[in-house]
Design a protein around this ligand. Sequence first.
Ligand SMILES: *Cc1c(COP(=O)(O)O)cnc(C)c1O
Length: 230
Amino acid sequence: MSAIQEAIRHIHAQLPEGVGLVAVSKFHPAEAIEEAYAAGQRIFGESHVQELAAKCPVLPQDIEWHFIGHLQTNKVRLLVLHVSLIHAIDSEHLLREVNKQALRAGRRIDCLLQLHVAQEETKFGFAPEEAMAFVREGAWQQMEGVRLAGIMCMASNVDDEAQIRSEFRRAAETFRAMRQELASSPTLPLAELQAFRHLSMGMSHDWHIAVEEGATLVRIGTTIFGERQY
Ligand SMILES: *Cc1c(COP(=O)(O)O)cnc(C)c1O
């Protein structure tokens, strides 16, 4: 068994029932993805639109491509042709653009709101209370090219486990509060409530903590594929 296949099996063996693995293949060649695919992995995460668009056509059709990086509005048109879930919607403006381009492509795309819970200034995303207000206000319900499928976050890039845990916990609390808010809406169709299901958090160095705090999707690159190439 290759190192990639072994790493995938090892992670799957540790993931609780109901937690999905996004294998983050950015900067790794199609051959590496094929190896992971052979081990049964079907969800792959990329963070550059051109790279994703180049890999898609040369790899198996039943791969589910997730976009996990910072997304610029001028790349959305190309992305919507290939992607099944966009993790990092960091503004209403971006969500509206995805909606517009998805409608144009005749698609409906699952999107996660990126929550800013880390202490680093440079991280993108909604503050928890902003994201909550956005969900409550409900303009997204009119956007038929997108479906709100949950939230994602990144913890601060630190060694302090307690800090990482408290950031993930804040995201999980926000996620639960949002689900409650949606569940109490008299007008929201049940299918839309059920669609709001993902809490995407945890990377190679902190995914165990994220799972303990309630992640439903973890995004793991280095542990599977090794250090990034090119
Ligand atoms: C690159 C990346 C990952 C994976 O990081 P690893 O440390 O290689 O596991 C996860 N999430 C996002 C948003 C990323 O950009």
